[in-house]
Design a binder for this molecule. Structure first.
Ligand code: 26Q
Length: 833
């Protein structure tokens, strides 16, 4: 039977049909005496409300909200246990969840109540929210996508669970000194987190083929000394909109077994044994940044296996409670692998089915493939994960055996299908034989699952035709597209109250759970009244952002200038460098034509560079130095300004999106799998200047290209021109571009650090400009001129921006998840009543 179409339904009065002991009927967030809030201060902290610190107040408030959701959470869990529906498990090394208090309050429909409770206690609501740390349990897009997907799964009432790692240190915190990025540890759990519940009674043991030691600060494997670690689950609630479903995000922490090596260590080495147990617990200490350096990465493979072993151990334990027939696993369980990071799940599930449940090979393989599905987020073949074979030999010898057998059978199949094509066999093998031998994790993931999806149309097509073309030829039915989306709850309703109420006043609030409803705004795009409301909301958000920036960094920006934004990880392919080159050209124009009429503009950058990615760090330095030079140049003062926002995270994104006028999505075409900040900007009424890459292509299709500023080479043109492309041609023939580059090369932006930007010259000229900045700069400037001209006409700008908001419905993660649910997972809603 086909699952019913999925649309989330908001429940305006969540408690109306619940017995009074559920929900806020029985639990007070407010009241005059002895409120739950105060009881938490007193009983959790033994703290008098009069002397409680701001953080104590946040903790108490969060606990009160947790009290409200606890009933629904328990009820959801109990419903799944009782009804035993097919479950989705979303397995990811990253969940970039952002702050929880405001999100949970909103999704529980308790906004008014919570805010008036705070007011009654003389608590500044926004200041209270600011006390919450933003858990940086992810690098960027992939981790944030996982968090948006959890929100949508809970809102659509899907029986689902997230599995990840409980890093004690998330993404490093970024500060800027003398223009350079510096990294500080992010100890987000310094104080206990009110949202997590440890469940030591559900611990699991994970076995490794070797032991681990730290040696001179490096992590080393000791062969032939099998060891075990304990996985401790920490559960976090995921509140669906309307509060009916509260799913679980289960994050695993590592601990040493209680009897840790006490057999091997005599009583005299008690302290040594405990030191080693501290090491064991450090497995989940830190999130790995997304970079390609190999130093110390062995621990990352151990982390990946730890996540997989804990998660599969947990979900098979749950399956066993209600089932005996392992052939039915795919009827009860869908496992989605977020990139290749958890792709050891293929070998681990085979191991469980073969060695523990004693299925035959063919049966085990069939069950494994039918249960697993894999999402790819990368186009670059060189960015696909590979691990040295010898690490597998030491750490996971049984898994390696299984991988070899999968490979042997698979390559026989390839030979039978393409006789004599040895090159194809070598290309498709699970083992890369070139150099030191490596296991190809993407091949393992594709082979071991029934579905491989890309995250935007163009990405899926390029996967099929380039990145893993051999696999798409052999298994075309496995490949499918699921264009990314973002949750409109966090990214519109919560982040942008002014625009949200303007929209709801105009078309009602059904858009919150059915974003396609925004289409109704099309009819209002030319309505003067609505345009004015739209512009007012934008202006209010810009003022608010400018005030926040001034208060937190002492940087002043003009809310009447155009906010021109690019926020994302710093990477050559994302081309922040192209953006700075544009700024320098405009700066030069102003210097040369002081009377030029130019719309005042604030160029806003934000994003982190991987600590070992020195060119990305140099790009940050260039942005900051350009900012400093422009600030100090009276010729352009007050006309253009560049700001680099340190410490870009989910919370900062929520502040910025509502305030943005122009969104820069300018990756070299064919390199950005999807992008998701592009969608957040669009929903918040920014116009987009961008290349035809990732989901930006689909956004322009939805909005109409006439309402977009598209420019630059297409992915096809990038590929076709690569053989003959020569950046020197642009340098020699385009005077404005040459002048801009010469300013960098002659240390105009680095007077006291001569030569510091020489590597940028090398990248752009000497080494051939791999990401084709210079090829696209001219058409970027043309598109920019069109954007600026339009901005000078607020009515037409508002018209197009409203049309963009109206066309953003497709980019809700509810749509993405509904497609995963019906086309890959075959799961249906399981409401908890
Ligand atoms: C791998 C091995 C060792 C250490 C780190 C990693 C690692 C970690 C994170 C590799 C990659 C990532 C993250 C990738 C990522 O965020 N990709 C983005 O995914 C988004 C969601 O699909 C897309 O919108 C972006 O286009 C894509 O760049």
């Amino acid at each position: 039977m086909e699952p019913e179409p999925l649309t989330a339904r908001a429940q305006p009065h969540i408690d109306s049909h619940l017995p009074p002991r559920y929900g806020c009927g029985g639990i007070q967030l407010t009241g005059n005496e002895n409120t739950f809030y105060e009881r938490h201060l007193l009983f959790d902290k033994a703290e008098d409300p009069a002397t409680a610190s701001a953080r104590d107040k946040f903790d108490a408030f969060a606990h009160s909200v947790r009290d409200v959701l606890a009933h629904r959470w328990a009820r959801t869990t109990e419903t799944y246990a009782r009804q035993d529906p097919k479950m989705v498990y979303y397995v990811s090394m990253e969940f970039l969840i952002g702050r929880s208090l405001a999100n949970n309050v909103t999704n529980l429909l308790l906004d008014d109540l919570a805010q008036s409770a705070a007011a009654q206690k003389n608590i500044d609501w926004l200041a209270l929210l600011d006390q919450e740390p933003d858990p940086g349990l992810g690098n960027g897009g992939l981790g944030r996508l996982a968090a948006c997907f959890l929100d949508s799964m809970a809102t659509l009432q899907l029986p689902a669970m997230g599995y990840g790692l409980r890093y004690e240190y998330g993404m490093f915190q970024q500060s800027i000194r003398d223009g350079w990025q510096h990294e500080q540890p992010d100890n987000w759990l310094r104080r206990p987190d009110p949202w997590e519940i440890a469940r030591p009674e559900e611990c699991l043991e994970v076995a490794f083929g070797c032991s681990f030691v730290m040696h001179n600060g490096n992590f080393e494997l000791i062969p032939n000394r099998p060891s075990t670690l304990i996985g401790v689950p920490f559960d976090r609630p995921v509140v669906g909109y309307g509060g009916q479903t509260v799913n679980t995000l289960r994050l695993w922490g590592a601990a040493a077994p209680d009897d840790f090596d006490f057999q091997q260590f005599s009583a005299g080495e008690f302290v040594g044994a405990l030191t080693e147990s501290l090491l064991a617990a450090s497995l989940t200490r830190v999130l790995y940044p997304d970079d390609s350096t190999t130093r110390g990465r062995g621990l990352r493979l151990v982390q990946e296996y730890f996540l997989v072993a804990c998660s599969l151990g947990d979900l098979t334990r749950r399956f066993r409670r209600a089932n005996t027939d392992w052939y039915r696993l795919p009827d009860k369980v869908a496992i989605q692998l977020n990139d290749t990071h958890p792709s050891l799940a293929v070998a681990e599930l085979m191991r469980i089915l073969l060695d523990v449940e004693h299925l035959g090979w063919d049966e085990a393989w069939n069950v494994t493939q039918q249960t697993l599905a894999y999402t790819n987020h990368t186009l670059l073949p060189e960015a696909l994960e590979q691990w040295p074979l010898e690490w597998f030999q030491l750490l996971l010898p049984r898994h390696l055996e299984i991988i070899f057998e999968i490979n042997r059978r698979f390559l026989d199949q390839v030979r039978a299908r393409f006789p004599g094509d040895d090159q194809r066999v070598a290309r498709m093998s699970l083992i890369d034989e070139a150099g030191g031998k490596h296991v190809r994790m993407a091949h393992l993931a594709i082979l071991g699952s029934h579905s491989t999806n890309g995250v935007a149309e163009i990405h899926t097509n390029l996967l099929r035709t380039h990145t893993v073309r051999d696999f798409a030829e052999m298994f075309p039915e496995r490949f499918n597209n699921k264009t990314n989306g973002v949750t409109p709850r966090r990214w519109l309703q919560l982040a942008n109250p002014a625009l949200s109420s303007a929209i709801s006043n105009a078309i009602g609030d059904a858009w919150i759970t059915n974003l396609e409803e925004l289409r109704a705004l099309r009819a209002l795009a030319t309505d003067r009244g609505f345009q004015a409301e739209f512009l007012e909301a934008k202006r209010a958000a810009k003022v608010q952002f400018a005030n926040w920036l001034k208060a937190s960094t002492n940087v002043a920006i003009d809310p009447d200038s155009m906010f021109d934004c690019q926020v994302k990880r710093i990477h050559e392919y994302k081309r922040q460098l192209l953006n700075v080159l544009r700024v320098i050209v405009l700066y030069n124009r102003l210097r040369e034509h002081p009377n030029l009429q130019l719309q005042p503009r604030t160029f806003i950058f934000g994003g982190k560079a991987a600590p070992a990615y020195w060119l990305a760090k140099l790009i940050i330095k260039l942005i900051n130095n350009v900012a400093g030079t422009i600030d100090g140049d009276p010729a352009v003062h007050g006309r253009i300004k560049v700001v680099f926002l340190p410490e870009y995270d989910v919370t900062l994104a929520e502040r910025l999106m509502p305030a943005a006028d122009l969104s820069n999505q300018i990756s070299t075409a064919g390199y950005e799998a999807s992008g998701t900040s592009n969608m957040k900007f669009m929903m918040n009424g920014a116009l987009t200047i961008g290349t035809r890459d990732g989901a930006t292509i689909e956004m322009a299709q939805e909005a109409g290209e006439e309402n977009f500023f598209l420019f630059g080479l297409t992915a096809q043109q990038v590929a076709d021109s690569r053989p003959w492309y020569d950046p020197h041609w642009h340098y020699n023939h385009e005077p404005e571009i040459r002048a801009a580059l010469d300013l960098i090369f002659t240390d105009h932006f680095s007077r006291y650090e001569p030569g510091v930007f020489a590597p940028i010259r090398d990248a752009l000229l000497t080494h051939g400009d791999h990401y084709m900045h210079l090829a696209d700069l001219h058409s970027y400037l043309d598109a920019d001129a069109r954007a600026v001209q339009l901005y000078g006409d607020p009515t037409t700008w508002a018209h197009k921006a409203i049309l963009n908001v109206a066309a953003s419905g497709k980019f809700s993660s509810d749509r993405s998840i509904a497609q995963y649910a019906s086309e890959i997972w075959h799961v249906r809603p399981c409401p908890a009543f």
